[in-house]
Write a protein of this length. Structure first.
Length: 211
């Protein structure tokens, strides 16, 4: 009789497998309708294995969001390291990357925006601000050295613009068409340009090209 072969995976590999599988099921079924057993059955692991890595389904969602944020952070870090770009171009490209996120599906996003998940939603917004602001400030400070920007409050300005963008472009708070979102984002970045003393026409034209 054939014996089942037990597949032993390294700690990080198994944990990432749980995160990736959870995301796939969240997209297909929605967060609320997904159970821990759904994740276990899809992977083929015991409940004890799951709880070795995560205390609850909510922790898996935290990890999914952290993965998404890290992906965008990595893209922005590459932009910062690109010496072929000046600070204006880096700033605009960074904003463009923040608009690009994995397709999490309507069911999953709808669940996150439900009233009962307001604390989770708030946590997502807060973690995004904490992750992105320091990177954007780094770009602004580079621009100040290049003479592209002038600002006494780079951190504060970035917090204002990013908080405004995340809240105003959130489908769970405001319903907007794609055209309205593009115009709003253009207005926010244009406002930031004025805050940073970069009001030239070429800067605005660059904004419109990336949207």
């Amino acid at each position: 009789m054939d014996k089942k072969v037990r597949i032993v995976k390294k700690h990080n590999e198994r944990k990432q497998e749980i995160i990736n599988t959870a995301l796939k099921i969240f997209i297909h079924k929605g967060y609320e309708k997904t159970s821990v057993n759904d994740i276990l059955n899809e992977i083929g692991i015991a409940k004890g294995t799951f709880y070795h890595y995560f205390k609850a389904k909510e922790e898996v969602l935290d990890a999914v969001i952290a993965d998404t944020t890290e992906t965008i952070v990595n893209k922005i870090e590459k932009i910062i390291a690109d010496n072929s770009l000046n600070a204006e171009d880096k700033l605009l490209k960074a904003f463009s990357e923040m608009r690009v996120a994995p397709d999490m599906g309507e069911k999953f996003l709808s669940d996150i925006h439900k009233p009962e998940n307001v604390l989770m939603h708030q946590k997502i917004l807060t973690s995004s601000i904490k992750a992105f602001v320091p990177l954007m400030v780094e770009i602004v400070e580079e621009g100040i050295k290049q003479g592209k920007f002038t600002s006494q409050y780079p951190k504060e300005y970035m917090e204002i613009v990013l908080c405004s963008a995340i809240v105003l472009l959130d489908d769970g708070i405001f319903e907007r068409t794609e055209e309205e979102k593009v115009k709003l984002l253009a207005a926010l970045i244009s406002s930031l340009g004025k805050m940073l003393g970069s009001e030239n026409v070429s800067f605005y034209n660059k904004i419109m090209k990336i949207l």
